[in-house]
Design a protein around this ligand. Sequence first.
Ligand code: FES
Ligand code: CO
Length: 325
Amino acid sequence: MLLEDNVLRSDWVVACKREDVKEEPLQVTILGERVVLFRNEEGIHAFKDLCIHRGAALSLGCVKDGNLVCPYHGWEYNSAGTCTKIPQLPEGRAIPLKAKAIKYTCKEAYGFVWINLNNNNPKFFSYPEYRDDNFRNVLWGPQEVNANPPRIVENFLDVSHLSFIHEGFLGVQEHPVIGDYDVHMEEDRIFSDEIAIFQPDPDGTGQSKDVFYTYEVIRPLTVRFTKRDPDTENKMTILLTILPIAECKSIAYGILSFNYETGTTDQEIVEFQDMIFAQDKPIVENQKPEDLPLDLQVELSLKCDRMSIAYRQYLTKLGVTLGTV
Ligand code: FES
Ligand code: CO
């Protein structure tokens, strides 16, 4: 099962937006585990949301002088997770060495906070658009979804649903056929050729035409595509990354990156993406089996599903066992 697996715990998983971590501690559930995030002068820190004294949730406490204070009896923990104060201890008594919070590695990148539960500090993925001055980046999410995280990822990589689920926006039913494409696998990334997709109005001029999508799997729960307009060289990239809360509970986040002037505000961009996502949501929330089947015999794939198949193969290779196989 996904939740028992070490693959995601050994990876960087998105926790929240960077701006969500303010003065007050914040609780985030990652792979069924409650994590508390807090900010002090040194930056953002992540602990298991559990006080070793009586198991209170540290996220119900507060930050005082840079220390996280447990709400129940006021024990204080510094950035390293070491307990620096136990109010009930008589004068002169040493704080027990075991009085520690369990600390997780976390980092701020691309506008989000990422957590590495196993503290193995793996290599972080690259998203060049975020650091490129030619791109405008808009953060998207959180969007809660009652679905298995890889089902949501696969929906994002699903090339042939655009003309149905997103009819009139990202495709038209008269053009359901997907051009031939290959998928290429490199060491730890897989990506498609450019795929021609007919869209009713890709650039807002009212003119329907083919645009080109390139899909890429970066991490088990982090994927992207770039849409290129062949006439203008306008590019839009969307990075999708999923916070896996539980087997069938996820939060989707994203970054939308544009190398051109969209003529819309950040809020309008987010609202459009919300609307598109709302079209996908009932599909992924009702797919059976809930877990993405990695056995390629379980569902019936077409040639145009090659990107989805490649994602399943990638997960299999990573050793993620997702249940119904
Ligand atoms: Fe945290 Fe007692 S439970 S101080
Ligand atoms: Co969709």
